[in-house]
Design a binder for this molecule. Structure first.
Ligand code: ANZ
Ligand code: ZN
Length: 795
């Protein structure tokens, strides 16, 4: 017997919408609130995909259950609406991004509603809405006024396809993570956020979070803390001195040459005239290479001698200064002391250019390699001789400090976050440039700085906003002279770094969110989204949270206490879904054929939330059949009792509740399936048992649950009913398997009640053939029996 899902689902979606079923009461006790968040989607033209359905359904199920448990659950949805795809589409077709984004958001909204997700739709936000980006701009200015946003010239990543700079995080294996074009290094003036100020705290904070270990490890790596020393090498016959960063100050006596990165500002100052031409050619070549080509991928190290020498402070030795592109300008100090005997890169380089190699570490075990990178005893190193390398580091650091030629230091791999983009579809950076007064914040009352509509989007390398006169020309807010607006826009990751705060107070016109409302909900209790955001989004949002905390806007540092990543849903062929492979399954047709409840259950039933799992078209039929069976039980409802079913019910309550708490949706669904089979087998099902069962099903398959609930005469929504609790007595199993040991070794198992007495247990053991073999004719020394746990016969 089947039910008409189309009718039922539409009916309940309308009811929920008119009742504002996802809304929260703001007056609630903070202890009774939960904030459940899913990563908001980029409203792409192709609509919702099955991956969205997976994570949103999962969290919706939990939100619905928690509400039935009496919690106030904030569960909002919005759109990450700025970004390159809409802009690129506009370049191709001439349709304005605002228009395509609007259409896409409407499609998304309709699709999201069609799966019965209980979002609080009154809190919907769009990052491209001027009422939202006004506050993105305001936050930019807050950072600017507090020294956390600054403009600086530095070598940056330039995407040759997108014609814009990229953050380091957006460069994957040397190419643009979005368009896969080559990324070059360019020296440009750009806007940065001072994420490096927080590096240590962002690292330590990870220890407090319930996040997947893999994500934490990626963040730790990205932040990349390295402890070592800075050492100054005076340049011979010059006032200059070169600071190097090393993690091995214990090998300072083994430094036989110095390498500057080709971009190092000292290169021009210290190189001898005759070397300049060759150096310039080399610098140009290096600029064309990506960071990866210069480091990991580089097979053959190259470099040029500057013609100058530096003095090793520890022994007064003169060592040649080279430039080489295996040294990166933006790491450490952009200069190294090369210790070829103990560093592989230096070894390779020294071998090629016939530079001296001096062994200063002796390994306790015999080593064959000419280059020994491990720890051992320091040799050929004056006052360090005989010391083990690890303590020698500190001895050397103390010496450097005493001689005032160096100090211990910590370096991080993470760079400040480059936030400016030379593209159109983003929030304009709210700065005014005046020749006299410099960079000034747009006065607060003039926010938002609206995106002009009269611009040519074509990426030229310059920001499209620069060619809009109406936008560009402005008076200086300080002196009133002619000035110009900053024409770069912000990286869209800025928009998504604070959106969860706006949900707390989405209509506020005076502030990005009132502190009290933030307090009411934040930090987020559970955050679910794709693992691809491991570094960028999650690191940036954490930086925002720390900064806002320090500036007094919040009382917590970490924004997302618990994080889970949904696994990829693969195509039916087991490959990643992609248009080019033709294996993309869209949710719409599944919903119309089998229903929203079916797709929700089905995606959760595919496997554990965090695993990758292939779409299985046959599986959906099975899930739908399960719902039909649940539906059919209505016809067999009686007013009566059934002790066996009651026991099953209570075990199911226990299992479903604990599985959902642990995000084990697939096993919760299995338990419901098992119970359904029992109800069908029982023929007659007591009304209360069935109703309670339907309550358990409700968070997972909300439409059918509401419908059954109503048709059995309940007039309030099932979602205002209370989540069932199990009776501890009823979940105790009637019988268990108990291991029988002979002298501590398990020889058989017997089946009995968990509270059976020793006499019964021994009786059963004596009946067992296996046990009989062991005990025949023997005398028992001792019998150890703990009901429900163990029976051990000692002979
Ligand atoms: C001397 C030395 C001796 C080094 C030795 C290593 C082994 P991590 O651990 O990644 O922080 N280095 C420093 N700055 C660099 C730059 N801008 N580009 C490329 N390499 C750079 O690596 C730190 C080590 O990488 C530093 O310690 C330095 O080489 C090199 F037996 O100094 B070492
Ligand atoms: Zn001025």
């Amino acid at each position: 017997m089947s039910f008409n899902h189309q009718e039922i689902e539409k009916k309940w979606q309308k009811v929920w919408e008119s009742r504002k079923a996802g809304a929260v009461s703001e007056s609630g006790d903070r202890k009774n609130t939960l904030y459940y968040l899913v990563m908001f989607p980029y409203p792409s033209g192709s609509g919702l995909h099955v991956g969205h359905v997976e994570s949103y359904s999962a969290v919706d199920m939990l939100a619905r259950m928690q509400r039935m448990k009496g919690k106030e659950v904030l569960f909002p949805m919005g759109f990450d609406a700025f970004g390159l795809p809409a802009e690129n589409y506009a370049i191709k077709t001439g349709v304005h991004p605002a228009e395509t984004t609007q259409t896409a958001m409407e499609t998304f909204r309709t699709q999201l509603k069609s799966i019965g997700l209980s979002f609080d739709w009154d809190r919907e936000i769009s990052t491209a809405d001027p009422e939202y980006y006004r506050w993105t701009q305001w936050l930019f200015l807050l950072f600017f006024k507090n020294g956390l946003a600054y403009r600086a010239k530095s070598p940056v990543n330039w995407c040759t396809g997108c014609h814009t700079v990229l953050a380091n995080e957006q460069v994957l294996n040397g190419v643009c993570e979005r368009c896969s074009s080559e990324v070059m290094q360019k020296e440009l003036e750009q806007w940065f956020f001072k994420i490096t100020d927080f590096a240590d705290r962002l690292l330590d904070g990870l220890d407090t979070l319930d996040w997947p270990d893999r994500i934490k490890a990626m963040q730790r790596n990205w932040i990349g803390k390295s402890e070592g020393a800075k050492v100054a090498f005076k340049v011979k016959d010059s006032e200059e001195s070169i600071d190097v960063f090393t993690t091995r100050p214990d090998t300072l006596f083994g430094a036989t040459y110095i390498v500057l990165s080709p971009e190092h500002p000292l290169v021009e100052k210290i190189a001898v005239d005759t070397q300049l031409a060759e150096i310039e050619v080399y610098q140009k070549e290096a600029a064309k290479k990506s960071a990866l080509e210069r480091t990991e991928l580089q097979k053959d190290k190259t470099g040029v001698f500057t013609g100058s020498y530096a003095i090793n402070p520890v022994n007064g030795e003169e060592v040649p200064v080279w430039i080489a592109d295996y040294v990166m300008v933006s790491y450490g100090t952009g200069a190294i002391m090369a210790v070829p005997a103990h560093d592989e890169r230096d070894f390779e380089f020294a071998t090629k250019y016939k530079l001296p190699i001096r062994n200063v570490v002796e390994s306790s075990a015999p080593v064959k390699d000419e280059c020994f990178t491990g720890n051992g005893t320091v040799i050929n190193s004056g006052f360090l001789d005989g010391t083990l390398t690890v303590p020698a580091k500190q001895v050397m650091i103390d010496w450097l400090k005493k001689e005032e030629v160096g100090q211990g230091t910590t370096t991080y791999r993470v760079r400040d976050w480059l936030v400016s983009r030379q593209r159109y579809w983003g929030a304009p950076i709210p700065i005014i440039w005046c020749e006299k007064c410099g960079a000034l914040p747009v006065p607060e009352e003039d926010l938002p700085v609206l995106l002009p509509t009269d611009v040519d989007f074509k990426p030229t390398g310059e920001s499209p906003l620069a060619n809009s006169e109406s936008f560009h020309d402005v008076k200086c807010p300080a002196c009133g002279d002619d000035a110009r607006r900053e024409s770069d826009t912000m990286d869209t990751f800025v928009d998504s770094s604070w959106y969860y705060l706006r949900y707390c107070d989405p209509k506020n016109k005076e502030a990005f969110a009132e502190k009290e409302k933030i307090e009411q909900w934040c930090p987020v209790d559970l955050y679910v989204g794709g693992a691809e955001h491991a570094v960028m989004h999650l690191l940036y949002a954490r930086f925002f949270a720390y900064a806002l905390h320090d500036l007094g806007y919040t009382t917590y540092e970490e924004p997302f206490l618990k994080l889970r990543n949904q696994g990829l849903i693969l195509g039916p062929d087991g490959e990643k879904m992609s248009k080019s492979r033709g294996n993309v399954v869209g949710p719409d047709s599944v919903i119309s054929e089998y229903g929203a409840d079916a797709i929700r259950l089905y995606e959760m039933f595919l496997g554990p939330l965090e695993d990758a799992k292939p779409w299985d078209t046959k599986g959906i039929v099975g899930v739908r059949r399960f719902l039909d069976r649940v539906w059919s039980v209505q016809n067999n409802v009686i007013d009566g009792e059934d002790a066996d079913l009651l026991r099953t019910l209570h075990k199911t309550i226990k299992k479903v509740s604990s599985d959902l708490d642990q995000l084990k949706f697939n096993t919760a669904i299995s338990a419901l399936m098992v119970m359904t089979n029992e109800m069908i087998a029982a023929k007659n099902v007591p009304r209360n048992i069935y109703l309670t069962f339907v309550q358990l099903l409700a968070p997972l398959a909300p439409h059918i649950a509401e419908e059954i609930w109503e048709s059995l005469g309940r007039d309030e929504s099932i979602f205002v009913s209370s989540w069932p609790e199990f009776d501890a007595e009823l979940v105790i199993d009637n019988e268990i398997e108990l291991a029988v040991q002979i002298n501590g070794k398990v020889r058989a198992t017997i089946t009995l009640a968990p509270d059976a007495d020793e006499e019964l247990a021994m009786g059963l053991a004596r009946e067992d053939k296996n046990i009989q073999k062991y005990i025949e004719g023997k005398e028992f020394k001792k019998v150890i029996y703990v009901a429900g746990r163990i029976l051990n016969i000692v002979l």
